[in-house]
Ligand binder design. Structure first.
Ligand code: E4P
Length: 217
C-alpha cells in the first residue's frame, strides 16, 4: 500500500518524507489556499517545490472544467516535473480529458469520485489513479469504506490497472480499514500516518526495558 500525504504544507511533507514511508503527495485547490498559495505562477512553483521534497507522485489539480481548458492546464502541469500526476474532476469533459491524457501517456488522478459507477468510468477512460472520497461520504452518513470495497471488486473482476487512491482519509482507522480492503494507495493528513505509530503498550514496554537496562549498568 502506498502512503500519500494530503497537504500542500511543505513542513509536513518534509516530516513525512523524513519518516521514510512516504510515496507521494496529493493537493487540491482548497489545500493550496489553506497554505496561502495563490496566483498561477506561485501555485506552479509550489508544485515544483513539493516535487523536490518527495520521491513519488505529486497530484496537481486542474481548475478548468471544459475539455480544452483541462487539456491545456493538464499539459502545463505535466510539463512542470516528471513526478506530476494531473488531477482531473469526475465530470463529462473530465472523462474525455482522462482518455486524452491516457492516450498521450500523461498520468492522471480522477478526483471527486463518490460512486462505483464513476470509478468504473474513470478506469475505462484510463485513469492512473481514482480517488474515492471516503471521509466526505462518512460525513453524510454514507459508508465510505463500502465504496472502496465495491471499487476493489469491480477493478479485480476486469483486471483494471487503475489504482484505488483512498482519499479524504480523516484518521488512522481509515488507513487500516483501507489496507484491509485492498486500496492501492491512501492519502491522508500527517496525523493519520503518525497515528499508526502509537500504542500505549509499546511506550510502557520500552520504559520497562530501559529501566531494567539501567539497573544492570
Ligand atoms: C485528495 O486528493 C482529496 O482532494 C482530499 O483527500 C479531500 O479531502 P477532504 O475531504 O478532507 O477535503
Amino acid at each position: 500500500m502506498k502512503f500519500f500525504i494530503d497537504t500542500a504544507n511543505l513542513d509536513q511533507i518534509r516530516e513525512a518524507q523524513e519518516l521514510g514511508v512516504l510515496d507521494g503527495v496529493t493537493t487540491n485547490p482548497s489545500l493550496m489556499a489553506k497554505e496561502g498559495i495563490t496566483g498561477r505562477n506561485n501555485i506552479l512553483k509550489h508544485y515544483v517545490d513539493i516535487c523536490n521534497i518527495v520521491d513519488g507522485d505529486v497530484s496537481a489539480e486542474v481548475i478548468a472544467t471544459d475539455f480544452k481548458g483541462i487539456v491545456r492546464e493538464g499539459e502545463e502541469l505535466a510539463d512542470l516535473h516528471e513526478q506530476i500526476v494531473v488531477k482531473v474532476p469526475m465530470i463529462r469533459d473530465g472523462v474525455k480529458a482522462l482518455k486524452y491524457f491516457s492516450d498521450k501517456g500523461i498520468r492522471t488522478n480522477c478526483t471527486l469520485v463518490f460512486s462505483a459507477g464513476q470509478a468504473l468510468l474513470a478506469a475505462k477512460a484510463g485513469a492512473t489513479y481514482v480517488s474515492p472520497f471516503l471521509g466526505r461520504l462518512d460525513d453524510i452518513s454514507t459508508d465510505g469504506l463500502n465504496l472502496i470495497s465495491e471499487i476493489r471488486l469491480i477493478y479485480d473482476n476486469y483486471e483494471f490497472e487503475t489504482q484505488i487512491l483512498a482519499a479524504s482519509i480523516r484518521h488512522t482507522m481509515h488507513v487500516i480499514d483501507c489496507a484491509k480492503l485492498g486500496a492501492d494507495v491512501m492519502t491522508g493528513p500527517l496525523s493519520s500516518i503518525e497515528g499508526l505509530l502509537k500504542h500505549p503498550l509499546t511506550d510502557i514496554g520500552l520504559e520497562k526495558f530501559l529501566a531494567d537496562y539501567k539497573k544492570g549498568n
